[in-house]
Structure formats: C-alpha cells, structure tokens
Design a protein. Structure first.
Length: 131
C-alpha cells in the first residue's frame, strides 16, 4: 500500500450546502491535486494503469482531482481527501488477472442437453392435436 501524502497539493474553498453563517466564512472544502506523471512513487507502467483506470478523475493538465466537503472541519476534509486518493491509487495499480479460458465439463454438457430435451418435450405438448 503506497501513501502519496507527500505529493498531494491542497486547495481550500468555501463549502456549499446547509450550515448557517459558518458556511459563508470558513473554507472547509478541500481539493486535493496529485500529479500522476510527475510522481516518483510509481513506475511508468503503474502510471499508465492509473491514467487508464482513473481517466474520469484526471484533469486535462494530468492532475488527479479529489474533493471533500463532508466534514465540518478543514482538517477532517483534508484527511478524507488523503484517504480517497490513497484508496483510488492503490486500487488502480492492481493488475487485472488474465482470464484462462476453460471448456465445459462432460457432466455440464450432458446436463445442458438434458434440459434442452425437456424443454423440447414441453413444447411438443403445446402443439395442436390433429385427428
């Protein structure tokens, strides 16, 4: 598990939503920016994986952008941004396993054919009887 805290740039802004007067004067929303290409924590292969899997969260400048305004304090939102970025990146750098194609077993084939025969018999019974 890689911690990217050292490479995250933070920006604060006023949160929206309910909260009364406090919302209008305190900058509690935190945006975290992580430059994937400039990072020294990952190999080029891992950077490509991150860019591919998190493409919808990466800006045109190549920055991974994560926001948080759920907490009432700036520090709480900052911790939330760090947690989100760490989680996103750690899930993104996991390589998907290659699928090994398999064939159905003999028993599975027989079961499939048997069920097809049963269906066919049921459909035969639905036909009109000709005298």
């Amino acid at each position: 598990m890689i911690n990217v805290l050292k490479e995250i740039k933070f920006k604060t802004a006023r949160s929206g939503g309910s909260g009364g007067q406090n919302v209008n004067k305190v900058e509690t929303m935190v945006e975290g920016y992580f430059n994937v290409q400039a990072s020294q924590l990952f190999s080029s292969e891992q950077k490509d994986l991150i860019n591919k899997k998190l493409a919808n969260k990466i800006t045109d400048e190549g920055l991974l952008l994560v926001k948080s305004q759920t907490e009432r304090t700036q520090l709480g939102n900052k911790e939330e941004v760090i947690r989100k970025i760490n989680t996103l990146i750690n899930h993104a750098i996991i390589k998907p396993k290659k699928r090994k194609p398999t064939k159905p077993t003999k028993a599975a084939k027989e079961k499939r054919i048997e069920s097809k025969k049963k269906k066919g018999e049921i459909k035969l019974d639905r036909r009109k009887i000709i005298f």
